[in-house]
Design a protein around this ligand. Structure first.
Ligand code: NAP
Length: 301
């Protein structure tokens, strides 16, 4: 005799509320932990940990990002050195400036703000940054080492996402992960970091056929595309972790690369837009600069 309950009496179990992965609050909390570490470096070495930012040309959005990074340094007691170069700067001139900063013991991290003018060989300039000062995780060497599980600073946006997933105790091993986007600063390193945590990773891009089918089987989705709401809420699998790196300003707020309306009812966890991934990116840059300064000072982190 069957002991199964008749389906008519079975009640669906209520869905637990999705966890909001609050990057803004977490970044603030992590920032507070950095200030005493900065003080300890100052005490031991007499040097203030410092991030050098290089801005080439006059892109207003880049200038804003550089300013935000400088402000974040200030909040934890660090210095930031702003290097502003004209848009006519050549590859050789930019590389020479990077060499100068590589050799400067008062500089612990170097950030070359992307994008730089087209006539400059951006890859060559990124790769000119010394590994120990590549706190933005942009060099081929750093990417290769990170991918092989060797010590190196990860690219800040995906690294910030990984900190957030760890903080919220999201168990990654065995999950089907789908990363949409394959840029050198975001999609590719994101995929490698998830692979290193034992996810089964699919990378989608502009030539991917049937994006929806990939998203529909994903336990974790990362939107890193730069197209507003390209990834539809209806594709998201029940219980998935949803990470949106995109931000596109709209009147009264903004949207990401993932259509978020309705996602909270399906996902087990999701990043709000704004206030999710963005604050963690800057925080990771500052944290990695502090680590670089600790290493230069011989302090065990
Ligand atoms: P990107 O360099 O422009 O790369 C975009 C990627 O998306 C490319 O790999 C592209 O594929 C793929 N793509 C474009 N259209 C697609 C489509 N219809 N279907 C599938 N894939 C498609 O951009 P990014 O720098 O990685 O940035 C991605 C997003 O993250 C943007 O919204 C950006 O604003 C955001 N972002 C946020 C932060 C932060 O701190 N929060 C930092 C960096 C970036 P192909 O390779 O085939 O062209």
């Amino acid at each position: 005799m069957s002991t199964a309950k008749p389906s008519s009496t079975a009640k669906p179990s209520p869905k637990l509320a999705a966890t909001v992965l609050d990057g803004k609050a977490l970044a603030k909390q992590m920032e507070q932990q950095l200030s005493p570490r900065v003080e300890a470096i100052k005490e031991k070495t007499g040097r203030t940990p410092s991030l050098a930012t290089i801005l080439v040309g006059d892109d207003p959005a880049s200038a804003t990002y550089v300013r935000m990074k400088g402000n974040a340094c200030k909040r934890v007691g660090m210095d930031s050195i702003k290097v502003e170069l004209p848009s006519e700067t050549t590859t050789e001139q930019l590389m020479a400036k990077i060499d100068e900063l590589n050799d400067d013991p008062d500089v612990h991290g170097i950030l070359l703000q992307h994008p730089i003018p087209d006539h400059i060989d951006e890859r060559a300039c990124f790769d000119q940054i010394k590994l120990a000062k590549d706190v933005d995780g942009v060099t081929c060497l750093g990417f290769g080492r990170m991918s092989m599980g060797e010590p190196a600073f990860g690219s800040c946006t995906p690294q910030g996402i990984m900190y957030m997933l760890e903080h919220y105790d999201i168990e990654l091993a065995g999950l089907e992960a789908v990363v949409v986007g394959r840029s050198p600063i975001l999609g590719k390193p994101m995929a490698m970091m998830l692979l290193n945590e034992n996810c089964t990773v699919t990378i989608c891009h502009s030539k991917t056929q049937d994006l929806a089918a990939h998203i529909q089987r994903a336990d974790i989705v990362v939107g890193a595309v730069g197209v507003p709401e390209l990834i539809k809420a209806e594709w998201i699998k029940e219980g998935a972790v949803v990470i949106d790196a995109g931000f596109h300003p709209r009147e009264g707020g903004g949207v990401g690369d993932i259509e978020m309306s309705g996602v909270a009812d399906k996902a087990s966890a999701y990043t709000p837009v704004p206030g999710g991934v963005g604050p963690m990116t800057i925080n990771t840059l500052i944290r990695q600069t502090v680590i670089a300064a600790e290493r230069a000072a011989g302090i065990e982190a």
